[in-house]
Design a protein around this ligand. Structure first.
Ligand code: ATP
Ligand code: MG
Length: 180
């Protein structure tokens, strides 16, 4: 299984439909500052069901819709489609190619489709959850996060490890209890 293509339409800075065709293996996206590299990564999280505006580097969910430039008016909807090669059957669905799409209208919620059929967010999450690219499984290391790890104090670094090990929430609870 691998990501075959990603199409953005009205998503963030990608006003016109833009398709990235991907190959198995490592893909690098290069370009000048502000050209939309991180927006491509945001589109990947978004189409897989990301619900947090902050993890998409916006204030509110609608910020993913093309907001317009001096030469181009804002758009009313954002759409992202992700096509996954499933010839190895890693996704529990009887198709060798699976396309997940998410559309959002200004002022409205999101609509999802799997291979053109309308579905719920839950269906997308369930489809991906056992494949290693589900909402909780894929790993996106954001810009500046590596820096934060390298510059962290020993205490902060311990925090990262505790969070990864699932200990942090218990420690926070304990601290809260002791404060009472
Ligand atoms: P860097 O190399 O600095 O990390 P980048 O290639 O990752 O840059 P992005 O952060 O992906 O760049 O793109 C930033 C650009 O996207 C900004 O110019 C910003 O104005 C534009 N942008 C973000 N959201 C929208 C939106 N909703 N509508 C229009 N443009 C947007
Ligand atoms: Mg970036």
């Amino acid at each position: 299984m691998y990501l075959k293509s990603l199409t953005l339409r009205g998503f963030k800075s990608f006003a016109s439909a833009t398709t990235l065709n991907l190959e198995p293996g490592i893909t690098c996206v290069v370009g000048p500052n502000g050209s939309g590299k991180s927006n491509v990564v945001d589109a990947l999280s978004w189409v897989m069901g990301e619900q947090g505006a902050k993890s998409l580097r916006g204030g509110k969910m609608e910020d993913v819709i093309f907001a317009g430039t001096s030469g181009r008016p804002p758009l009313g909807r954002a759409e992202v489609s992700l096509t996954i090669d499933n010839t190895d059957g890693a996704l529990p669905i009887e198709y060798s190619e699976v396309t997940i799409s998410r559309t959002m209208f200004r002022g409205g919620g999101s609509e999802y489709t799997i291979n053109g059929t309308a579905c719920r967010l839950l269906d997308v999450q369930e489809l991906l959850s056992d494949s290693g690219i589900g909402r909780e499984m894929h790993v996106i290391v954001g810009q500046g996060q590596l820096d934060a790890v390298l510059r962290a104090t020993p205490e902060e670094r311990r925090g990262f490890i505790e969070e990864a090990a699932g200990v942090l929430k218990h420690r926070k609870r304990k601290e809260k209890a002791l404060r009472k």
